[in-house]
Design a protein around this ligand. Sequence first.
Ligand SMILES: *[C@@H]1O[C@H](CO)[C@@H](O)[C@H](O)[C@H]1NC(C)=O
Ligand SMILES: *[C@@H]1O[C@H](CO)[C@@H](O)[C@H](O)[C@H]1NC(C)=O
Ligand SMILES: *[C@@H]1O[C@H](CO)[C@@H](O)[C@H](O)[C@H]1NC(C)=O
Ligand SMILES: *[C@@H]1O[C@H](CO)[C@@H](O)[C@H](O)[C@H]1NC(C)=O
Length: 186
Amino acid sequence: MPNSISFSCAATLIWCFSSLLLHSYSSSAPYSNETDHLALLAIRSHFHDPIGFTTSLNNSINLGQWTGVTCAHRHQKVTKLDLRKYQSLRGFLSPYVGNLSFLRHINIADNSFHGEIPREIGNLFRLETLMITDNSFSGLMPTNLSRCSNLIAFHANNNKLAGEIPEEIGCLFKLQKLSIRRNLLT
Ligand SMILES: *[C@@H]1O[C@H](CO)[C@@H](O)[C@H](O)[C@H]1NC(C)=O
Ligand SMILES: *[C@@H]1O[C@H](CO)[C@@H](O)[C@H](O)[C@H]1NC(C)=O
Ligand SMILES: *[C@@H]1O[C@H](CO)[C@@H](O)[C@H](O)[C@H]1NC(C)=O
Ligand SMILES: *[C@@H]1O[C@H](CO)[C@@H](O)[C@H](O)[C@H]1NC(C)=O
């Protein structure tokens, strides 16, 4: 019995130590992807943030430390963009968003984004959730959205999207949730 206790303590210690090492390694690695860096800078420059929530967007350190940005640790590729909680952002969603090639989740709900949903979103074949509820996006739903073959949820209630729902959306076989109420769709 005492042997097995000390064995499990040693195992726990080794585990703690290695996670500590892994953690310090990942948080000190500089960002390695200039494409993602440029895309974030472009995205940031297309909206206005009157209350200053995103002023800590920072171009000199780990991309994962930018406000609202989550990165995959090993490659410093952006996997999640979550600007929902800031709630006062006003402007366009930059087409550069389509360059964040590892992006899985976009949540910019409850802001004042307007203009069209950039077609470049269709380049994000890893995208699983796209949440743009309660904004003022207008124009057509981009046909290119149908290229996001891993899309599971698209929430766009309460925008100004117009015209027909593109047939191609029917090709999104993984799509489970589509909410597009309170738009101008026909
Ligand atoms: C950054 O990402 C782009 C596109 O996703 C890729 O082509 C490029 O090789 C990556 N660069 C590095 C240094 O990881
Ligand atoms: C950028 O990051 C560094 C290091 O964390 C910090 O000292 C600096 O204040 C940040 N700049 C802005 C504009 O937030
Ligand atoms: C990223 O996207 C923009 C606009 O969609 C494009 O002009 C630019 O060349 C792209 N590539 C890189 C590597 O930033
Ligand atoms: C839209 O998708 C088509 C292919 O279906 C592609 O050729 C085109 O480049 C895409 N447009 C953008 C802006 O990504």
